[in-house]
Design a protein around this ligand. Structure first.
Ligand code: SME
Length: 159
C-alpha cells in the first residue's frame, strides 16, 4: 500500500520540490499507465487543491478524458480546440491567466477561472496532456510550468 502523501507548506517551489520525489516514489515499480495517472492526479489535488486536475490521452486523433480529480468534464476534445487541444497542436505548455479571455476555451466548469495545460511528449509526439484548472484568476505561472513539465517527463507512458 502507498504511504500517505506528506503535504508541504511554503512557496510553490517548496511545495513542488516536496511533491515531485513522492510522485516519483509512487510511480516506481508500477508500469500501468492508468494506475500511475490516477495517483498523480490524486497527489496534485491533495497538494494544491485545484478545482480540477487530470489527463486527456491522445486516441485516434482526439483527446479522450483520462484519470482526473474534480467535477465531471467533457470527454473528447479535437486537435486545436480549447486550451487542451491547442497545447496538443502546438506541443507546448499553455498558461491561461483568465479563461474567459482565451478564444475557444472549453468551459467544463463555470467555476474555472485560470488554467495550465502541459503536453506529455515522447519522441516528438504528444501522447497526452495534463490539465489543471483553478477557481482563482492567474493561479498558474512559470513555476507551475517548470515543475509540471518535469512531472510530465517522469511518467512512464506505456500505452
Ligand atoms: N478547459 C479545457 C477543457 C478541459 S476542462 O477544463 C477539464 C480546454 O479549454 O481545453
Amino acid at each position: 500500500m502507498a504511504d500517505d502523501l506528506l503535504i508541504a507548506k511554503g512557496t510553490k517551489e517548496e511545495q513542488y520540490e516536496a511533491l515531485l520525489p513522492q510522485i516519483k516514489a509512487l510511480l516506481k515499480g508500477e508500469d500501468d499507465l492508468i494506475a500511475n495517472l490516477a495517483n498523480i492526479t490524486g497527489a496534485l489535488k491533495e497538494q494544491f487543491n485545484w478545482l480540477w486536475v487530470g489527463f486527456y490521452l491522445v486516441k485516434n486523433d482526439e483527446l479522450v478524458l483520462g484519470p482526473f480529480q474534480g467535477p465531471v468534464a467533457c470527454t473528447r476534445i479535437k486537435k486545436g480546440r480549447g486550451v487542451c487541444g491547442m497545447s496538443w497542436l502546438k506541443a507546448a505548455t499553455l498558461i491561461v491567466p483568465d479563461v474567459e479571455k482565451f478564444p475557444g476555451h472549453i468551459a467544463c466548469s463555470s467555476l474555472s477561472k485560470s488554467e495550465i495545460v502541459v503536453p506529455i511528449i515522447r519522441n516528438n509526439v504528444v501522447l497526452a496532456v495534463l490539465d489543471a484548472d483553478s477557481v482563482q484568476l492567474n493561479d498558474f505561472n512559470v513555476v507551475d510550468k517548470k515543475y509540471l513539465e518535469q512531472l510530465a517527463d517522469l511518467i512512464p507512458m506505456n500505452i
